[in-house]
Design a protein around this ligand. Structure first.
Ligand code: KG4
Ligand code: ZN
Length: 334
């Protein structure tokens, strides 16, 4: 079964062709990062305009690279939320045009189910499994008892972990997106600051990163005022150690409580080298999987993979009235 995936929820215009849920025939990603960089973050209006400019080219390239025509496609899976509404609508409307023109069924996919299914592309899934979702907008622990069943065990009470990375990086003057830069600098610094590990011992599976973020920013501010030398490397190491301690500890707690067979990590922050290392060092009794780097940040292959399993479970659950949603519940897909 050939699934055409379409992803435009934020600042990446992406179209992909995936066969049977895990054979990636093409995955074209047009990133807008260089454009948004000068503003220190994604500007929604600009993102929508850039999607309009790139979408036709990206569709063409995805088909060409897969060596297929639209007539060969069995299903279109498009991200319907959550995300920037203007951006989502560009992908959804382009997908609708193809669906209508070539009589291909279309379904709307939850962006986070895509991040989770990025793991299926490389290594398959064994249930029950625990998914740690860490991206720019989400920090969640999710239990999956079978394909396309999501039970949220806990989530951030304030900032998402990627958001905290990006805000700390901005204050340190490291540019946007900050996650990859902090990750790189963290390898060269020392943990000289003992930053807090929020909610690490709380009696639930929730997270909080806003207090840690403020703590780091205040420390930086105080040092600036006292004209002390600031080494962004040491800040990066100390921040990353605190964040990853919490993420790993909470994952271990959920793993023990629910007795899962494997752990998968999903979302942009799954690219983090410190998180990858600490997870694998501290969890040795069951497999811990991370997607390949290209499937960690936003891409359409993961949407096609998720769409394949959603379609297998729920069939043709959408039609041409499909709409974009800036907020969307993963458990209820609405
Ligand atoms: O999943 P994603 O591409 O977009 C959302 O759905 O949010 O995630 C983007 C987030 C950004 O906050 C970015 O800073 C973060 O992922 N990120 C990282 C790394 N690579 C990307 N954070 C920490 N370490 C990284 N290596
Ligand atoms: Zn994402």
């Amino acid at each position: 079964m050939y699934v055409l995936g379409v992803e435009t929820s934020c600042d990446e215009t992406s179209v992909s062709v995936v066969k049977d849920g895990n054979i990636v025939l093409s995955n074209v990603v047009l990133s807008q990062i260089d454009i948004h960089k000068s503003y220190g973050g994604v500007v929604p209006e600009i993102a929508s305009r850039e999607h309009v400019k790139g979408i036709t080219y990206v569709f063409d390239q995805a088909l060409k690279k897969a060596n297929l025509d639209y007539q060969d496609i069995d299903l279109i899976a498009v991200t319907k939320g959550p995300g920037l509404i203007g951006s989502l609508l560009i992908g959804i409307n382009a997908a609708k045009v193809i669906s209508l023109n070539f009589h291909i069924p279309i379904i709307g996919v939850h962006h986070i189910s895509g991040h989770i299914y990025a793991n299926y592309i490389e290594q398959g899934m064994e249930f029950p499994l625990l998914a740690l979702v860490v991206s720019g907008g989400h920090t969640e622990l999710i239990l999956m008892k079978e394909h396309f069943s999501f039970e949220k065990l806990g989530e951030t009470q304030d900032d998402a972990v990627g958001e905290a990375y990006d805000k700390v990086a901005r204050v340190l003057g490291l540019g946007y997106p900050g996650g990859p830069v902090i990750d790189r600098l963290a390898k060269e610094g020392k943990e000289v600051f003992d930053f807090p590990r929020p909610m690490i011992n709380s009696n639930d599976f929730n997270f909080s990163f806003s207090g840690l973020k403020s703590h780091v920013i205040n420390k930086h501010h105080n040092m600036l005022q006292r004209k002390e030398t600031i080494d962004p490397k040491d800040f990066s190491t100390s921040f990353q150690e605190a964040v990853t301690d919490v993420l790993v500890q909470k994952t271990i707690k959920a793993k023990e409580y629910y007795d899962v067979k494997q752990i998968i990590v999903a979302g942009g922050v799954a690219a983090n080298s410190g998180l990858r290392k600490k997870m694998k060092e501290r969890i040795t009794d069951i497999p811990v999987y991370f997607p390949k780097m290209v499937y960690c940040t936003d891409n359409a292959a993961m949407i096609a993979a998720a769409g394949y399993f959603q379609y297998k479970k729920y069939g043709k659950s959408d039609d041409l009235y499909i709409n974009g949603h800036s907020r969307l519940d993963l458990e209820r897909r609405m």
